[in-house]
Design a protein around this ligand. Structure first.
Ligand SMILES: *Cc1c(COP(=O)(O)O)cnc(C)c1O
Length: 416
């Protein structure tokens, strides 16, 4: 039996804990003292810096990644009940945003090596009512954009990118979030850039950015949004029934300095990623596939697959053992059809999306924050090794990025 006798660590290593510097703290203090806490000049400046970092045409800050998705789908001007195809392996917010926008979510299975939506599977799910694809660059690995954009062109589909994992991702020189009509970002606490809570939409049309800003603040005319620098009294008018999805200056104060360190943090996570790869080489785990040539991985999640037959213990027992070692872990994600609401409402069954189902049942995300010390990384490696060595003696390791079930393997890491 795999019982953890002595924890590797005394204190809990929190999963996804953000690296917050003195610059963020000082800026938040200054913002508090300025008296302008909600949407104001700091949000406008943060939007502009993020837009420039991503080399996008327009950016609109919002209160969360979920709000970014929902407002993008509204701004896409689809008809109620139109179908939006998305991946079966994602956070529930991706699917919920489709539902809240009055649209019909349709799932497609993932490619087992990339864990991103499989272009062929996506195309198979297209019906005469399909109007958009919502792509998730899973774990920070860009989707196969050539194939997907070709499908979008042929079927006249809008493209919305869920870039919650993919702030720093690039595909053949182009930044994630600038391929389609809308690129949606999350600045939730565990993400590669955090504002506590927050989000952003990138778009190439000015009208879309204005609509999203307006819908994020009750549907009020743009002047209302700019109240912070008005020199005279102005009435504001409700142009349509909007939401309360605006970003605050307090959040933007954090984001400003997070963005300044984004590349530095990315380098640190890349380094941890390589250490994990090297350390797990002889263990019976499946480690993440390498980034494809011509692409840049955002290194948001380091996900390993624990196959019970090879590892000698189930994924859930592995999670438990990690927690007993005081190492925080995550599951990204149980496949969408595993959740009772979606099964009930849409009749989805996990077995109809076999790759997403298996990954969801085997996957474990290890800590990958730039805040990790060398000792923290060693602790994670030691805990994983300790758990597997107790149970998996004699089992052989599968190749990197390979599958433990009969999946026909594509050329790994190749663009198609
Ligand atoms: C975090 C996340 C979201 C939601 O972002 P919030 O800012 O928490 O609303 C959406 N999609 C994916 C894939 C995510 O990881």
């Amino acid at each position: 039996m795999n019982t953890v006798k002595r924890a590797i660590r005394k204190d809990l290593l929190v999963f996804g804990s953000p690296l917050i510097g003195k610059a963020e703290i000082d800026e938040v203090n200054r913002t508090l003292l300025s008296g302008w806490l909600s949407t104001g000049p700091k949000v406008a400046a943060f939007e502009e810096s993020f837009r420039r970092y991503k080399n996008a045409r327009f950016a609109a800050a919002v209160s969360s990644g979920t709000a970014a998705l929902e407002l993008s789908l509204i701004a896409a001007e689809l008809q109620p009940g139109d179908e939006v195809v998305t991946t079966a392996l994602t956070f529930c917010a991706t699917v919920n945003a489709i539902i809240h926008a009055g649209l019909k979510p349709v799932l497609a299975d993932v490619d087992p090596n990339t864990m991103n939506i499989c272009p062929e599977e996506l195309e198979r799910r297209i019906t005469p009512r399909t109007r958009a694809m919502l792509l998730v660059h899973f774990a920070g690995r860009p989707c196969e954009m050539d194939a997907l954009m070709d499908i979008a062109r042929r079927h006249r589909l809008k493209i919305v990118e869920d870039c919650a994992h993919a702030i720093e991702s690039r595909y053949k020189g182009l930044a994630s979030g600038t391929f389609g009509d809308f690129g949606c970002f999350s600045f939730y606490v565990t993400k590669n850039l955090t504002t506590g809570e927050g989000g952003m939409v990138l778009t190439r049309r000015k009208a879309n950015a204005s609509r999203i800003r307006r819908m994020a603040l009750h549907g009020l005319s743009q002047d209302a949004w700019k109240r912070f620098n008005q020199k005279e009294y102005r009435h504001y008018y409700v142009q349509e029934c909007g939401y309360k999805y605006n970003m605050t200056d307090l959040a933007a104060a954090i984001g400003k300095h997070q963005l300044k360190r984004i590349e530095q943090n990315w380098k640190r996570r890349a380094e941890i990623w390589r250490q994990y790869d090297a350390s797990f080489e002889d263990l019976p785990l499946v480690t993440p596939s390498r980034a494809a040539p011509g692409t840049r991985h955002a290194y948001h999640l380091y996900t390993i697959l624990v196959d019970e037959r090879r590892c000698g213990l189930s994924r859930d027992r592995f999670l438990d053992a990690m927690v007993k070692h005081n190492i925080g872990v995550g599951v990204h994600y149980l496949s969408i059809p595993e959740h009772p609401y979606y099964r009930r409402e849409f009749g989805w069954r996990p077995h109809d999306y076999p790759h997403a189902m298996r990954i969801g049942r085997q996957t474990v995300s290890l800590p990958l924050s730039p805040k990790l010390s060398a000792q923290d990384v060693q602790d994670v490696v030691a805990a994983v090794g300790d758990i597997l060595q107790r149970t998996a003696s004699g089992s052989r390791r599968p190749p990197r990025g390979a599958l433990t079930t009969k999946t026909p393997s594509r050329p790994r890491g190749g663009l198609r």
